[in-house]
Design a protein around this ligand. Structure first.
Ligand code: FAD
Length: 416
């Protein structure tokens, strides 16, 4: 993989930036691969990278029906954190956070990781008790997290609405130092570049239409570019996963909903943490360009639409104005939605499903960006070894039969 120095950067600048090499090669689809990953989002690309790098399996294709990072990976609000409740979740999300911490160096690609800390803000004594419970669980699980009091919280977020008539005054909350944001496109592009350099074929505009199964084993996929043989198939297709598995009798407990986000016009620095209000579900951070990146809760009407709708926009923006009345003067520059794949216990599905050789990485719902390095590591492990990694085992599909759910919505009550 080509590494750049200050000298090559200056050289390119003097040449008018005309000679930059292609970041990843446009692969040509081959008739057969050792492993195929469907979905060129963060999870699919990370899987291909770790297959090649960790397991030495380089005859790998990533098949993407659109362009890489064009799904939820390029639509999210980029919050990364590991402030979960259950030990299984903490093991998963903290693995991801630790990998994120070294990722720019590992991929030689600046993912613009900014560990600016995150405050999950409480407003009542009851919410403070819930926060204390989560902070204690985090500490028991070995993750940096602590309860923050009202005084420190208001110091961290000086513009927060603490007026006498505020509906949700800050009483404190949970603080995680290592939480923050990373540039979403860069995560997809960095993994793509590194996987491509190791020999992985990344094929865009190539939709998988069906999975080919013979005698109970995966033998390949049918695509818009023709048939491809493989005996190890990974699905990293988020909300589209059910459409691929259902024809093979695999029914998944996934429901798809629209999740919206917004970006304001850029302003001078006003917020140097990630902030989420438990009272409204609205959360935000400020991008390096100065824009406020704003998100909120799910619209619980199942859909595959990517536009979003006015009732949720009003709810999220009124939550923002409750937090910061002054932001009522800002203009919104953009609004968009993504189709998120939500599972009843708000935890992902990782593991084998149906025919031998088929493995799933889906169900990340509103919070899978932060998990990309771990999701890729774990799916790569399953494709390479045919079995679970210790960290992925609790997230197996069988939990919906055994009842050993990992109900993070109930445990931590926070998404994104
Ligand atoms: C508005 C919004 C805000 C969010 N905020 C956060 C956040 O702050 N933090 C966080 O951690 N998470 C967040 N998320 C969730 C996060 O974006 C997702 O969980 C994560 O990006 C999922 O990554 P993925 O690789 O699984 O899916 P995707 O990025 O959606 O990739 C799946 C890919 O599969 C492709 N595909 C589907 N079917 C086929 C097929 N048949 N053949 C070929 N290709 C196919 C799609 O085109 C797509 O590119 C947010 C999501 C949204 C929508």
């Amino acid at each position: 993989m080509k590494r750049h120095s200050a000298f090559t950067l200056a050289q390119q600048a003097l040449r008018g930036h005309k000679d930059w090499p292609q970041t990843w090669a446009k692969g040509t689809l081959k008739p057969k691969y050792d492993a195929v990953v469907i979905g060129g989002g963060g999870h699919g690309l990370a899987t291909a990278y770790y297959l090649a790098k960790t397991h030495g399996i380089t005859r790998v294709a990533v098949l993407e029906k659109g362009w890489i990072g064009g799904g939820n990976t390029g639509r999210n609000t980029t919050v990364i954190r590991s402030n979960y409740f259950y030990p299984e979740s903490v093991a998963l999300y903290d693995l991801a956070l630790r990998l994120y911490e070294g990722l720019s160096r590992e991929l030689n690609y600046n993912i613009m990781l900014s560990q600016r800390g995150m405050l999950i803000a409480a407003h009542t004594p009851a919410q403070m008790e819930i926060c204390a419970r989560i902070a204690n669980a985090m500490q028991i699980n070995g993750v940096d997290g602590r309860l923050m009091d009202a005084q420190e919280a208001t110091r961290r977020v000086p513009l927060a609405n603490q007026s006498a008539d505020a509906r949700y005054r800050l009483t404190g909350g949970i603080w995680q130092d290592r939480a923050g944001v990373a540039r979403h496109d860069a995560v997809a592009w960095g993994y793509a570049r590194a996987a491509s350099a190791l020999g992985v074929d990344i094929i865009e505009n190539c939709e998988v239409i069906d999975i080919i199964v013979e005698a109970g084993c995966v033998t390949g996929v049918e695509t818009t570019h023709g048939r491809v043989k493989t005996s190890a198939l990974g699905l990293a297709t988020a909300g589209a996963t059910t459409g691929l598995t259902a024809p093979h009798g695999i029914s998944l407990p996934i429901q798809t909903y629209a999740l919206q986000a917004f970006v304001s016009e850029p302003v001078k620095p006003v917020l140097d943490t990630v902030l989420l209000y438990l009272g409204t579900g609205t959360y935000l951070s400020q991008s390096d360009k100065g824009e406020l990146v704003i998100g909120g809760g799910l619209d619980r009407v199942p859909t595959h639409g990517k536009t979003g709708n006015l009732p949720m926009q009003e709810q999220i923006i009124s939550g923002l104005l409750e937090m910061f009345p002054a932001f009522g003067q800002l203009k919104l520059l953009r609004q968009w939605a993504g189709v998120v794949d939500v599972v009843p216990d708000s935890s992902p599905i990782l593991g084998p499903a149906g025919p031998k050789g088929l493995f799933l990485n889906c169900g990340w719902g509103t919070g899978g960006f932060k998990a990309i390095p771990a999701g890729g590591t774990l799916l790569a492990h399953m494709l390479a070894t045919g079995g679970h990694h210790d960290i992925s085992r609790p997230f197996d599909l069988t939990r919906f039969i055994t009842g050993r759910l990992i109900d993070e919505a109930a445990g931590s009550g926070i998404a994104h």
